[in-house]
Design a binder for this molecule. Structure first.
Ligand code: HEM
Length: 533
């Protein structure tokens, strides 16, 4: 009864639950807990008030280590800017914050207890990405659980990571290897063209995404595992793989509050991230291990450029020989990274071509002239198609698949920047590539889809050399798959434009709304009407 009276005086209903949680029986205990809670809340408020710019994770003057203070929003007590960035389009929210505060060079903020900086202009972005002191990455719980910390993307900067990068650069992403797998890309493309044609004839319009996703999976499975899937043949492995990749994307892309507020994980895990990760890992292990074992048994002699990546990994001895679990992590990472990025970049490109029929027509003319009415486009033709390259670049500018460059970096020491600011050790560093590519100071008329800008105002190296447009990142952790991705996407776009004219489906007009998952996708899958040429 007393308890009820007390509860009725209190505004927070959860006070009622405290005795149950702590097993206390009497009001005295509840009062003590109340005071304790009050003390914690007051302390949080005080720390937040004293923390100043950047918020709670920047306490003790961490943003004032240099000659110039790193500015930034304070956010709210305990959570910092977590609530603003946990939903919706974080790249847009961060850009709006940086622009409105004129903090584009660097802005400090807090994600719970994690201190974060974000650069939204090319010069500081370059300093961060190129610095050896930012060559580590913060590792999310889901990435750790899904074995990614043993793969290239999240392995700490050191001997193991360097070995993995060297193996991948020499044996998976080297230009001669990409060229050697041209036949596979051609095959995937031919299958996709057939499927697009069949869907148009059957349904009267085409949803491109599903065809791109299958082609992307086959492309990566072909060069990594040496196998491709036929959707018609009801292959169990294909179903398993597709569902595992989808689950992995959801888990890695999910905003997990306990990555930033570790104490929260004990009682709040609405997406069941930990449980789902531990269910997924054995499935990945079983599938990838089976494929490795099949390669061992077949003792494939297709070594060299035409062999697949599993053959390559199995052929190593000495320093380069990987443990089986490490092999599984590296192979899984390739499937995982190689599938969505290429598919969604192609989808964005085709959406822009539907909305810009004059660009589409100009591109088709260029392709026709270059391939000379041959049946299909060859890799060698791609060098003769500067307008095609410009169309893909312009899509990467307007719709960078990783608007915040997907994976953040972590400072491994206090880093002095040329503007006089010092970024303390242990800070998570992001580059808002979306903000840079949409900044009217950097790009004139930034919202307009205009591939001609690259011929009118000089070309731009998109592979990490020019931070005005670096969708693959830059520096020693730049995307190693960039050449493979560009070879694949340009070929697909070339063939899709050479074979078909793409126009709006009047009942489902193209919408360019974004949804930010692991990558930034079209919220409404592209549906278009195609006419065979
Ligand atoms: C349109 C396609 C792609 C885009 C936009 C893209 C973008 C990126 C970005 C922004 C990073 C972080 C770079 C940095 O921190 O500076 C990255 C890293 C990475 N990407 Fe890609 N990527 C694409 C395709 C691929 C493909 C096809 C693969 C492999 C099959 C791949 C494998 C990787 C790996 C392994 C890393 C981690 C590198 C490291 O930490 O050392 N990516 N990618």
């Amino acid at each position: 009864m007393e308890l009820m009276n007390l509860a009725s005086k209190e505004t927070s209903y959860w006070m009622l639950a405290l005795p149950a949680v702590f097993g206390s029986q009497n009001l005295h205990d509840v009062s003590i807990l109340g005071y304790l809670l009050l003390a914690v809340v007051s302390l949080s408020l005080l720390t937040w008030a004293l923390a100043g710019g950047g918020g709670i994770a920047w306490k003790n003057g961490r943003n004032r280590l240099g000659r110039v203070t790193i500015p930034g929003p304070r956010g709210i007590p305990v959570f910092g800017s977590l609530c603003t960035l946990s939903r919706g389009l974080a790249h847009r929210a961060l850009a709006a914050m940086a622009w409105s505060r004129a903090n584009t060079e660097i802005m400090a903020f807090s994600l719970g207890s994690t201190p974060v900086i974000v650069a939204s202009e090319p010069n500081t972005a370059r300093e961060i990405l190129m610095s050896p002191h930012f060559a580590d990455r913060p590792v999310k719980q889901s990435a750790k659980s899904l074995m990614f910390s043993r793969a290239i993307g999240f392995a700490p900067n050191g001997a193991y990571w360097r070995t993995l990068r060297r193996i991948a650069s020499n044996h998976l992403f080297a230009p001669r290897r990409i060229l050697a797998h041209e036949a596979g890309r051609k095959l995937d493309c031919a299958e996709m063209v057939k499927a697009v044609s069949a869907e148009q004839n059957g349904v009267g319009s085409v949803v491109l995404r599903q065809h791109l996703q299958l082609a992307a999976l086959n492309n990566i499975m072909g060069s990594v595992f040496g196998r491709r899937y036929d959707p018609m043949s009801k292959d169990q492995d294909l179903d398993d793989l597709t569902s595992m990749v989808a689950e992995g994307f959801e888990l890695l892309g999910a905003f997990n509050w306990s990555d930033y507020l570790p104490w929260l994980g004990y009682f709040y895990d609405p997406l069941r991230v930990n449980q789902r990760c531990s269910e997924l890992v054995p499935r990945i292990r079983t599938l990838v291990k089976r494929i490795i074992d099949e390669h061992r048994v077949s003792n494939s002699d297709k070594k060299g450029d035409i062999g697949d990546f599993v053959d390559v990994l199995l052929s190593f001895d000495g320093d380069e020989k990987l443990q089986e679990d490490d092999m599984i992590a590296v192979l899984w990472e390739m499937i995982f990274r190689g599938t969505d990025t290429t598919a969604l970049l192609t989808e964005w490109t085709m959406a822009e071509l539907v909305l810009n029929p004059d660009v589409q027509a100009k591109l088709r003319d260029e392709i026709k002239t270059a391939v000379n009415d041959r049946a299909d486009v060859a890799d060698a033709d791609l060098a003769k198609l500067p307008y095609l390259a410009a169309v893909v670049k312009e899509t990467l500018r307007l719709h960078p698949p990783g608007p915040l460059l997907s994976w953040a970096r972590l400072s491994t020491s206090d880093v002095q920047l040329s503007n006089g600011m010092v970024v303390p050790k242990g800070t998570t560093a992001m580059v808002n590539m979306w903000a840079i590519t949409h900044d009217p100071v950097v790009w004139s008329d930034p919202l307009k889809f205009n591939p001609d800008r690259f011929s009118e105002n000089g070309d731009v190296d998109i592979r990490g050399g020019d931070l005005r447009l670096a969708p693959f990142g830059a520096g020693r952790r730049v995307c190693p798959g960039k050449n493979m991705a560009l070879a694949t996407v340009t070929r697909w776009v070339a063939e899709l434009v050479q074979r078909f004219e793409w126009s709006q489906d009047q009942t489902n007009p193209v919408k360019l709304d974004e949804v930010l998952k692991l990558s930034c996708e079209m919220e409404h899958p592209l549906r278009a009407v195609v006419t065979e040429i």
